[in-house]
Design a protein. Structure first.
Lengths: 251, 434
C-alpha cells in the first residue's frame, strides 16, 4: 500500500540544511494498522506529510498503492490524495461555518461525485460514526469526541484505502479517546489501511505493528504483526490472519 | 463546481461582515465615482441617431480670409453664409437638406393670464424634420410648398404647446410671436435628445428648441440669428448687405443616402466653390468638409476635456480602492490559510483553490457593483442637480448598468488575482498538524 525506499527529506535555508528524513524505508501492506512513534522532532510528521502527498521529498522512492509519486504534478497528486487517502487530524480541522453534512461533503466535491451519490455517502459515513441525526449541526455544537468522529466520517466518505492519523486522540479525554480508537479499529477490520502517529504507548500497543523513528530514521520496528491488545471489556478481535490481511515486516 | 464556489463565496462574505463591508464599500465607491463620470462621458459622446448618423452630413465651406484661417489648425468655419446656404438649398443636390439657425422670439400668448415670454426656437426648412426625425404628437411638418411660399407657419415643441394650450391639439390655431401670427401645423411629442447635435455651434446641451419656423418666412421678417455669428470683414450696412456678406451664421445639414451620393455631393461642393472663386470669393484653397454626425461631434469636442479629465481622475480613484481591496483580500485569505491547507489535504488542487478564491473575489465585486450602481444613481442625481446642462445625459442606461456591474466584477477579480495566487501557494503541511 505504502512503500518508501531510502527516502530523504532535507529542509534548506540559506544558512542551514536540516535532514528531516534520512535513508527512511518503510513498507506498509494493505490492511495493516501501523503506529508510528518517536520523540518530538524525530521526523514522524514529515513522514506523514510525505505519505499524504502534502510535501515533496528530496530523494529516494515512494510508491503509493503501486504508483510512483515522484513525477506527479499537483493535479495528479491532488487526485491521488483525494481518491486513496483519508486524513484524521489531532485538532479535527472541521470548517466551522459548514454544518456536518457540508464538512463531510468537502472531499466528495473534489472527487466530482453527483449530488445523489454525495448525499448517500455522507449519510452512510455519518451513520457509521453515529452522528446521522446531527448532520445539520455545526462543529461548535459538538463535543471533541463527536468532532473527531465527524472528521473520521469525512475521511471515510470517499472510501479511501489508506487512513493517515496524527495523534487522533491527542485532544480527547480518555473516554472519548477510547471510543475513537475503537472506531479506528473497526474501520481497519473492514479493510482500510491505517498509519497512525502517536506519542501514547498504550495507543501504539493496540496497533498491529509499531515503527519507531528517531532523527529521521526508522530505528525500531516489529518484525511481525502482533495480536492486537484489546481494550478492557472487549473480546479479542482477531489477528491479521483472521481478518484476511496480508501482514509483513518492515523492508 | 462553480455553484459550489459561489455558495462558499457567499458564506465567506457573511462570516466576516466588517471586512466584507469594508471591501464592498471600497469597491462601491470606486465604481460609483468612475461610472458617474463615465456615464456622463458615454452619453455625451454617444451616437444620437445611430440608424442614420452616417447619412447626415454637416457642410463646411472655407470662405475665410486669405491671410488667416478660421481655426489655427486650418479647419474651415463652423457655419456658412446666408448666400451659400440659399445657393445650396436652391441647388437641391442632396437627398434632404436644411439650412437653419437659432432664433429667440417674444411669445405673446392668446391667454391673457399668461404673460409674454421669450423663447428659443429654430428656423429651418421642412427637411429638418425628415432628417432629424423628431416625433410629432399632433399634425406634422410644414410642406415644401410652404417653404417656397414663405408661409408663416410653426411647429411647437411639447413644452411650449403645454404652456400655451394646456397640451391640447393646437394644430390650426395661431400663436403670436414678435407681433406676427403663425399658424400651428404640428406639435412635437417628447423629443429625447441627449445632445442637441444638429446645432453644436450654439452648445450641445442647451435647452430643447421650443418652436420651429420656415427659414424663408424668418428671412422675410428680417429675423437675425441669436446664435453665433462670425465675420472676417465688415458685413456692411443694412439687412441686404448682411445677407450678402461673408459672415457665417447658418448651419447647413444634408442627408446623403449612399457613399456614391456623398461623393457626388462633395464634387458638387467643390464645383460650387470653384465657381464662387471666379466671382472673387473664397480666397483660400479649396477646403470643403462634409462630416457625418459622429465626426462632427468629435470635431466640436462634445465630450469636453474637463469631463475626460474628471473621468480619468475617477478611474484613478477606483484603482486606489482596488489596491485597498487587494490588501483586504490578502488579509482575508491569509486568515483562511488553515482552511486552504485543509481543502488541499482533502483533494483540492491548486487550480481548484484558485478558482474558489477568485470566485469569492468576484462575489465581493458583484456586491460592490450593486452598491456602486446605487451610488452611481445618486451621483448622477447630484450631477443633474448641480449641472443643469448635463440633465439630458446624466442617466443610467442598460449599457451602463451592465458596464457598472461588469467593471465591478472584473476589477475585483483582478484585485483578487494576487491574494488568490498567494492563497494557492499555501503549503498544506505547514497549515495542518496531521
Amino acid at each position: 500500500m505504502l512503500k518508501m525506499t531510502h527516502l530523504q527529506k532535507v529542509y534548506r535555508t540559506h544558512l542551514i540544511e536540516t535532514h528531516a528524513l534520512r535513508d527512511f524505508s518503510i513498507h506498509v501492506r494493505e490492511g495493516e494498522f501501523v503506529a508510528v512513534t518517536g520523540p518530538s522532532g524525530s521526523g514522524k510528521t514529515t513522514f506523514l506529510n510525505i505519505a499524504g502527498l502534502l510535501e515533496e521529498f528530496s530523494g529516494g522512492e515512494f510508491l503509493l498503492d503501486g504508483v510512483n509519486v515522484s513525477g506527479l504534478n499537483d493535479n495528479a497528486r491532488s487526485k491521488l490524495r483525494n481518491e486513496k487517502i483519508g486524513f484524521i487530524f489531532q485538532s479535527f480541522n472541521l470548517i466551522p461555518d459548514l454544518n456536518l453534512f457540508d464538512n463531510v461533503d468537502v472531499p466528495l466535491r473534489y472527487r466530482g461525485f453527483g449530488a445523489a451519490e454525495r448525499k448517500k455517502r455522507i449519510e452512510e459515513s455519518l451513520t457509521r460514526v453515529g452522528l446521522a441525526s446531527r448532520m445539520k449541526h455545526y462543529p461548535s455544537e459538538l463535543s471533541g469526541g463527536q468532532q473527531q468522529r465527524v472528521a473520521i466520517a469525512r475521511a471515510l466518505a470517499g472510501s479511501p484505502r489508506l487512513l493517515l492519523a496524527d495523534e487522533p486522540t491527542g485532544n480527547l479525554d480518555s473516554l472519548m479517546a477510547r471510543g475513537v480508537l475503537e472506531l479506528l479499529e473497526e474501520i481497519n477490520r473492514q479493510g482500510t489501511t491505517i498509519v497512525m502517529v502517536t506519542h501514547d504507548p498504550e495507543l501504539a500497543a493496540r496497533a498491529q505493528r509499531n515503527v519507531h523513528v528517531i532523527d529521521g530514521q526508522v530505528t525500531d520496528f516489529d518484525e511481525a504483526p502482533r495480536l492486537r491488545e484489546v481494550a478492557a471489556g472487549n473480546a479479542d478481535r482477531g489477528s491479521g490472519a483472521e481478518s484476511g490481511r496480508a501482514v509483513g515486516a518492515m523492508d | 463546481m462553480f455553484s459550489y464556489y459561489l455558495q462558499l463565496g457567499m458564506r465567506s462574505l457573511r462570516r466576516n461582515p466588517i471586512l466584507t463591508a469594508l471591501m464592498v464599500i471600497g469597491i462601491g465607491l470606486g465604481i460609483a465615482a468612475s461610472m458617474t463620470t463615465l456615464t456622463v462621458m458615454h452619453l455625451m459622446g454617444s451616437d444620437p441617431i445611430p440608424w442614420k448618423s452616417d447619412k447626415l452630413h454637416y457642410v463646411q465651406l472655407d470662405n475665410w480670409s486669405a491671410d488667416n484661417s478660421y481655426y489655427d489648425d486650418g479647419r474651415p468655419p463652423d457655419q456658412v453664409t446666408y448666400r451659400d446656404a440659399v445657393a445650396l438649398m436652391e441647388a437641391g443636390k442632396a437627398d434632404k437638406q436644411s439650412a437653419m439657425f437659432k432664433l429667440s422670439l417674444p411669445i405673446q400668448p392668446e391667454n391673457k393670464e399668461l404673460k409674454p415670454f421669450r423663447s428659443l426656437g429654430r428656423v429651418a426648412y421642412t427637411d429638418f424634420f425628415g432628417m432629424f426625425e423628431p416625433p410629432f404628437k399632433y399634425g406634422g411638418p410644414w410642406s415644401h410648398d410652404q417653404d417656397a411660399g414663405h408661409e408663416r407657419v410653426v411647429v411647437l415643441g411639447k413644452d411650449m404647446n403645454e404652456k400655451l394650450f394646456g397640451g391640447q391639439d393646437s394644430v390650426g390655431r395661431t400663436v403670436r410671436m414678435d407681433d406676427i401670427d403663425y399658424t400651428i401645423v404640428g406639435v412635437l411629442d417628447d423629443w429625447k435628445l441627449r445632445s442637441r447635435y444638429y446645432d453644436l455651434t450654439n452648445g450641445a446641451f442647451e435647452d430643447p428648441d421650443e418652436f420651429f419656423m420656415p427659414f424663408t418666412a424668418a428671412i422675410d421678417l428680417k429675423q437675425r440669428s441669436t446664435g453665433n455669428n462670425s465675420c472676417w470683414k465688415s458685413s456692411g450696412d443694412g439687412w441686404d448687405a448682411y445677407l450678402d456678406s461673408d459672415c457665417v451664421w447658418i448651419q447647413m445639414w444634408v442627408q446623403l443616402d449612399s457613399p456614391a451620393r456623398l461623393a457626388e455631393y462633395k464634387s458638387f461642393l467643390d464645383s460650387y466653390v470653384n465657381e464662387q472663386k471666379k466671382l472673387g470669393r473664397f480666397p483660400r484653397p479649396l477646403n470643403n468638409r462634409l462630416l457625418d454626425v459622429n465626426e462632427w461631434m468629435a470635431d466640436q469636442e462634445v465630450v469636453s476635456r474637463d469631463v475626460q479629465v474628471q473621468t480619468g481622475l475617477a478611474f484613478a480613484f477606483l484603482v486606489v480602492c482596488l489596491v485597498n481591496t487587494v490588501g483586504l483580500l490578502l488579509a482575508k485569505f491569509t486568515r483562511k490559510s488553515g482552511e486552504i491547507g485543509l481543502r488541499r489535504a482533502l483533494g483540492a488542487s491548486r487550480r481548484e483553490v484558485f478558482s474558489q478564491f477568485l470566485i469569492e473575489s468576484g462575489v465581493v465585486g458583484l456586491s460592490g457593483g450593486v452598491l456602486g450602481l446605487a451610488l452611481t444613481g445618486l451621483g448622477l442625481l447630484a450631477v443633474r442637480a448641480l449641472y443643469s446642462e448635463y440633465k439630458t445625459v446624466a442617466h443610467l442606461d442598460w449599457t451602463m448598468i451592465f458596464v457598472t456591474v461588469a467593471l465591478a466584477v472584473v476589477s475585483s477579480v483582478l484585485a483578487g488575482v494576487y491574494p488568490t495566487w498567494r492563497a494557492c501557494r499555501v503549503q498544506p503541511a505547514a497549515q495542518l498538524k496531521i
